[in-house]
Design a protein around this ligand. Structure first.
Ligand SMILES: [Zn+2]
Length: 78
């Protein structure tokens, strides 16, 4: 059950939950030249999308700024 990002309601997440979803984002981030999740072998897989949407609904940062430099969590095209 994931919050609807469009309704503007802020989802309340415990710190542990935020950490959990960040890990999920990181684990399921698109990897390598193929740009696919290393676990699901899909681009923008369901777990990644669910974690992303949940963090977005909670207005939580997707990770530290350091993470942003190192990882392409958005799956930007290379
Ligand atoms: Zn995945």
């Amino acid at each position: 059950m994931y919050a609807n990002v469009m309704d503007g309601e802020r989802l309340d997440l415990a710190d542990e939950e935020v950490a959990h979803y960040r890990k999920m984002l990181s684990a399921h981030a698109n990897q390598g030249a193929a740009g696919r999740c290393g676990i699901c072998r899909q681009r923008g897989c369901r777990d990644w999308t669910a974690a992303f949407d949940t963090l977005a609904a909670a207005h939580a940062l997707m990770g530290t700024e350091e993470d942003w430099d190192r990882r392409e969590l958005y799956g930007a095209v290379k």
